[in-house]
Design a protein around this ligand. Structure first.
Ligand SMILES: [Cu+2]
Length: 318
């Protein structure tokens, strides 16, 4: 095993093999061209001669390239098979792409915006998209696959060594495509296990029911709300400091009046709990004047408790 992941060595070998063959022929052909230019220069008075067929040569220049191309195909095919088939005992993580961030969801329901994985463990990623085509790419692991709306794609890898590696979107997906940058954090197995258990219990703690109106519940929901804006990718388009991005800022909007476009008609509405709820679940019903209807609906992507926590947090952004 060499390289950052189980696929790094396999992919690199095929790449270097094909690059090596190409470079060899580049030099061979360039050399022959220059050699013939010099050898058959007019000044040397070489007499032209007609050649009619040479069976040995013809066999050689047919068989050798055929073998080279078959070897390339075989190596490519073997690599493809390896990359497509995740081991049975892989740990499964759901990956959601949307404009313009990634979300990772673990088997115990934890959601994060960074991909945490244990080393020396096969990890299978199930790729989904909420809006347009994105492409999940970890250069160091030599893996890349499209995330297509309405379709589930997959990828797998096994990290060899602890460390941080880049995750990119490799399919141009709009204005902030370049911001779809995150990390895969490969951790030693025991650190991963304690992280997994810790965050798992934190997530359970944040699940405070909407009916709970005590001060403690409000504080907890506000904290959870801040984390959720990060994880759910809201802050890729909405700022919390008043600056204008793809969507309106959350700062100080609660309780204010805002002008929206609904069915092509301008309307003034009050930003209250219902308005925020509708804007998250049906974002394109009422679009704030001056912005485009770009946000994907979060229906089915967000729980009632998460909604309550986000609303609580936005309320507090004075
Ligand atoms: Cu993208």
């Amino acid at each position: 095993m060499s390289g950052a992941s189980s696929s790094t060595g396999t992919v690199d070998f095929v790449f270097y093999f094909i690059a090596g063959v190409s470079v060899f022929f580049l030099f061979l052909i360039t050399f022959l061209m220059i050699f013939f230019i010099v050898k058959y220069n007019k000044k040397r008075h070489v007499k032209a001669k007609d050649i009619h067929g040479n069976t040995t040569l013809e066999i050689i220049w047919t068989v050798i390239p055929t073998i080279i191309v078959i070897v390339m195909f075989y190596l490519g095919w073997r690599g493809f098979e390896f990359l497509r088939n995740a081991p049975e005992d892989s740990m499964t993580i759901n990956v959601t792409a949307r404009m313009w961030s990634w979300m990772f969801e673990y088997e115990n329901g934890i959601q994060t915006d960074t991909l945490y994985v244990p080393v020396e463990t096969p990890v299978k990623l199930l790729l989904h998209s909420q809006d347009v085509i994105h492409s999940f790419y970890i250069p160091a692991f030599r893996i890349k696959e499209d995330a297509v709306p309405g379709l589930q794609n997959h990828l797998w890898f096994e990290a060899n060594e602890p460390g941080d590696y880049h995750v990119l979107c490799a399919e141009y997906c709009g204005l902030r495509h370049a911001y779809m940058l995150t990390k895969v954090k490969a951790m030693p197995k025991d650190s991963f296990d304690s992280w997994y258990a810790d965050l798992g219990s934190q997530v359970e703690q944040t699940a405070v029911a909407a009916e709970d109106t005590t001060q403690g519940a409000a504080v907890q929901n506000t904290k959870a709300g801040e984390r959720l804006l990060q994880v759910k990718g809201c802050i890729a388009c909405h700022s919390t400091d008043g600056s204008k991005m793809i969507g309106p800022s959350f700062k100080g909007i609660f309780g204010k009046e805002t002008v929206v476009i609904e069915d092509g008609q301008e309307k003034t509405v009050k930003v209250d709990e219902d308005y925020i709820r509708t804007s998250i679940l049906k974002p394109n019903l009422q679009v704030v004047k001056g912005y485009n209807a770009l946000m994907p609906s979060q229906e089915g992507q967000i729980t009632e408790q998460e909604l309550v926590a986000i609303i609580q947090y936005i309320k507090g952004l004075k």
